[in-house]
Design a binder for this molecule. Structure first.
Ligand SMILES: Cc1cc2nc3c(=O)[nH]c(=O)nc-3n(C[C@H](O)[C@H](O)[C@H](O)COP(=O)(O)OP(=O)(O)OC[C@H]3O[C@@H](n4cnc5c(N)ncnc54)[C@H](O)[C@@H]3O)c2cc1C
Length: 507
């Protein structure tokens, strides 16, 4: 014990000495200080790490052989046994779905990583409607030992009903099992976006509580809200980041997990490259919740209105009804409204859905008073490269597939799993890990981004005749019970998750 403390002291003195002996001569030049400080601190951290590796391994053996006595959880024991490589100082921008997932996976692989997640909103953003979890996304959650928790939060949607022009049921589609993509809205695992975000966020913090006794100095997981990045400067061994509160810090890796409109992507790749990655699908969408009425059970309902408009409701046994409005008309007016207030966006959608029929009056008055309105242009992000230097794109920021694929959350989870796995496998070779991540996730990204049919336009007829043809085609499909399989399912040789024992996962 005594020698440990002594060595720690020596290392701290070394760290202090290295920092200040180099910094003092430049004390008038603040920019150089901020450039040198992180490098010097990292030298100290590396020395400390080498020291810790020497003393930590015997401690691991002690803990693992006395697991009953110390009541260590399985994950903690595994983590103690397999900490390899250099701990990284990682910044994750965005606490949506993939940010918290990556944070948890990375921390489980090596608790001495220092992981910071910054989120622009003042608190966790738990709004959003029902999202699907499919195929390998379900496998990732199983591996993270979160599938049961997720299942407990899943909503109970029993299928999709296609309505006729009077709003009466015309055709019925059931549930698509995980592993298959069919012509229905409902997957085996459907969860409210906010519930998934919460599960991942809480599980990461709970894991941190379990692991924190094993942390070496500097390691940890912290969420910082109401904060974003304003500047990124790459250098050979990392990224200098300036934050909205004026702070400047150095990271070994910056992960853009800030969604489809990613600012991190823009800062790292430039406005032009970032804009060129956006592939609009010509559909404007709004989502919100209204009070449920009698007769709305577990079935989702879909109603095509004249003028390329589609109205969908989903109740899923919950006390509120989710309304989803999609239109291929009024694009310019709606797009302009996204830059304005929520009230302006609501007005623009109310104009676009005037006289849509079915229960539109109810939806419009519900929209006026709802507090979870979210509207956006639907599109896909297709980046030629997923990383630039030490900034890497994850989830919607790098490969948003659009809600029409139902694969957004699944793509996110695949990305988080592979990125964490490759970082764990490559140790301190971050560029190597980023190259491997890109190579491995390209095929599943392509699968996730497959759209239903050559053109979405077939789902948005403009005339009475077009709507009649679509409805009857759907009726025929439902009757002969054909499952349109739009992609390779996992059962038919689709992409399979790689195994990463380095992640210390439950399975
Ligand atoms: C509020 C909201 C509601 C949504 N509703 C639906 C829905 O109803 N149906 C659907 O299919 N998909 C919805 N989505 C998209 C869906 O969550 C994603 O397609 C998918 O889950 C991928 O998740 P992600 O983690 O990549 O991105 P997201 O889930 O979009 O998360 C990105 C996170 O980054 C934060 N962020 C953004 N910019 C910055 C910044 N500059 N600095 C710091 N943090 C930043 C955001 O606040 C958000 O928390 C919604 C997304 C959001 C943010």
């Amino acid at each position: 014990m005594m020698s440990n403390s002594f060595c720690c002291l020596i290392l701290s003195v070394l760290q202090y000495h290295l920092t200040y002996s180099y910094l003092v001569p430049f004390s008038s030049d603040m920019q150089r200080i901020s450039r040198f400080t992180p490098t010097l601190l990292r030298i100290g951290r590396k020395a400390e790490y080498i020291y810790n590796q020497r003393t930590f391994q015997p401690a691991c053996r002690f803990f693992t052989t006395n697991s009953a006595k110390h009541n260590l959880s399985e994950v903690r024991q595994k983590t103690l046994q397999s900490s390899v490589g250099m701990p990284l100082n990682v910044l994750i921008v965005g606490a949506g779905v993939c940010g918290p997932a990556l944070a948890m996976l990375l921390q489980g692989s090596d608790p001495s990583h220092k992981i910071t997640v910054v989120e622009r909103s003042p608190s966790l953003r738990t709004t959003g409607q029902q999202i699907d979890l499919k195929n390998q996304g379900v496998d990732v959650l199983r591996k993270m030992a979160l599938l049961d928790t997720v299942k407990a939060h899943c909503v109970n949607e029993t299928g999709l009903e296609i309505l006729d022009s009077d709003g009466k049921p015309l055709a019925l589609f059931g549930i698509s099992p995980s592993g298959q993509r069919r012509i229905t809205l409902t997957s085996e695992y459907e969860i409210m976006r906010g519930d998934l975000v919460n599960v991942l966020y809480k599980a990461g913090l709970e894991q941190y509580e379990k692991l924190k006794h094993t942390l070496r100095k500097g390691g940890g997981l912290a969420y910082e809200f109401d904060k974003t990045i304003t500047e990124l400067n790459q250098n050979d061994d990392g990224v200098d980041v300036t934050f909205s509160d004026g702070q400047q810090k150095h990271y070994d890796l910056v992960v853009a997990a800030d969604g489809q409109g990613s600012k991190t992507r823009r800062l790292a790749f430039g406005q032009e490259v970032s804009d060129a990655a956006w592939n609009p699908l010509g559909v404007q969408a709004a989502y919100f919740s209204i009070p449920r009425i009698e007769g709305e059970g577990g079935l989702a309902r879909s109603f095509n209105a004249l003028g390329r408009r589609l109205l969908i409701t989903r109740t899923s046994g919950r006390p509120v009804t989710q309304v989803l409005l999609f239109t291929m008309g009024d694009a310019e007016k709606l797009k302009k409204s996204y830059k304005e207030s929520i009230e302006r966006q609501k007005e623009a959608f109310a104009d676009a859905f005037r006289d849509a029929g079915w229960q539109n009056d109810r939806f419009m008055s519900g929209m006026e008073s709802c507090n979870d309105f979210y509207a956006h242009e639907i599109g896909q992000i297709k980046m030629k490269q997923l990383s630039k230097g030490r900034v890497v794109l994850l989830g919607d920021a790098g490969y948003c597939p659009s809600p029409f694929t139902g694969m957004g959350a699944t793509g996110c989870l695949i990305g988080a799993y592979v990125l964490a796995g490759e970082l764990a496998r490559h140790g301190s070779d971050v560029p190597g890990a980023l190259r491997a991540y890109e190579d491995i996730v390209r095929p599943p990204i392509a699968e996730c981004q497959q759209l239903p049919g050559a053109s979405l336009g077939i789902f948005f007829p403009s005339s009475k005749l077009g709507i009649w043809i679509l409805r009857n085609a759907l009726w025929a499909v439902s009757k002969v019970n054909i499952a349109f399989d739009w992609s390779q399912s996992e059962n038919k040789g689709g992409w399979v998750l790689p195994e990463y024992p380095e992640l210390n996962l439950a399975s």
